[in-house]
Design a protein around this ligand. Structure first.
Ligand code: COA
Ligand code: ZN
Length: 307
């Protein structure tokens, strides 16, 4: 039972989107729906349930419409769809996604690889989307991919990130995600940037999206949390990655994150035994082992019989 909500760490579960987008094996629509329906019972307030992007770019998520229409929506859960352009917004609204997550990279090179557009064109598309959704109840969030480093360009100027935050806000977009697309962030950098961004964005509107590519994912979470951030993306099993970023690998693992929070006393409201059960079902669904560690090791309290 959570009593102090200012301490609460909010996890947005992104395995149905970031997790599945890079999987080489097709996951049946019915299995995607079953996974999301189970995740909906685990205590998440937000689930990124899919994307509405070009089916040629991300064939693994080409069934976004059927997924959004097929899931059983739980009250209190916000179902988010990632979109790159106006067409994506139209598709997402047609199946009543609760929130649109618009994505652009801080790096011009990664944006060209991922979205086949220059950043200016992405921003122009976001303007069209904001205009299009006016009058609807849908929420808007915008992500800055490669915030903490780009696999093509290397370091990203922090002032550039701040300028993009400002550009998003000028468009009227409230939610902001800082995304570490290929796990290049380090805790000191995270703390510094979170403090700067929080001068413009409140903790209720700021999400951190870390990948564990270099093993620093959970260190970065703690650094961001200590700096005041409260919302984090994570994927069951540590799945995930951007197919258009060389060397990309999984998101921080949800059950590893929730375990960390449980152990240090940060409330999340998430049902860890249920997550472990779901995570242990992933290898059968996907045909390979997954990176998450807790599902293999068990929780600290899962003791072994004395030999
Ligand atoms: N949903 C479905 N189809 C879309 C679409 C969308 N949101 N946006 C464009 N398309 C279709 C067009 O209708 C067109 O179809 P056609 O070939 O049958 O005529 C085709 O895709 C090409 O459209 P175009 O506008 O020229 O897009 P593009 O080829 O320049 O690609 C994006 C631009 C943004 C659509 C594509 O790069 C993309 O979807 N990227 C997302 C990548 C991603 O999800 N990365 C991981 C998450 S960060
Ligand atoms: Zn990601």
């Amino acid at each position: 039972m959570i009593t102090d909500y200012s301490e609460r760490l909010i996890v947005q579960e992104v395995s149905p989107r970031d997790g599945l987008q890079i999987e080489p094996t097709w996951v049946e629509t019915i299995d995607k729906i079953a996974l999301i329906d189970q995740l909906s019972l685990a205590g998440f307030s937000r689930i990124e349930a899919g994307s509405f992007v070009s089916p040629k770019a991300i064939p693994a998520l080409r069934d976004g419409e059927q997924v959004f229409k097929g899931i059983t929506r739980q009250p209190g859960v916000i179902y988010v769809a990632l979109i790159p352009n106006l067409k994506g917004a139209q598709r997402a609204l047609a199946c009543t996604a609760d929130e649109l997550n618009l994505v652009m990279s801080a790096s011009q090179t990664h944006n060209l690889a991922n979205m086949r557009m220059r950043c200016e064109d992405s921003l122009a598309a976001f303007g069209e989307i904001v205009h299009f959704v006016q009058g609807s109840k849908v929420r808007l969030n915008a992500s800055i991919a490669t915030t903490f480093g780009c696999p093509f360009e290397g370091k990203i100027d922090e002032d550039r990130v701040l300028q993009i935050v400002e550009a998003y806000q000028e468009l009227g977009i409230q939610g902001i995600t800082l995304a570490d697309t290929t796990g290049m962030a380090n805790p000191r950098q995270v703390e510094r940037l979170v403090r700067r961004v929080q001068q413009q964005v409140s903790p209720a509107d700021l999400t951190l999206h870390f990948h564990n590519t270099r093993g620093l994912g959970l260190c970065n979470v703690l650094a961001a949390y200590e700096a005041g951030a409260r919302r984090f993306d994570a994927a069951l099993g540590g799945l995930g990655g951007c197919p258009f970023a060389p060397g990309a690998s999984g998101n921080i693992c949800t059950e590893d994150l929730v375990n960390l929070c449980d152990e240090v006393g940060i409330p999340t409201g998430i049902d860890l035994p249920l997550l472990l059960k779901l995570s242990r079902g992933l290898p059968a669904l996907l045909g390979h082992e997954v990176p998450g560690q807790l599902a293999k090791a068990g929780r600290n309290c899962d003791l072994h019989p004395v030999p």
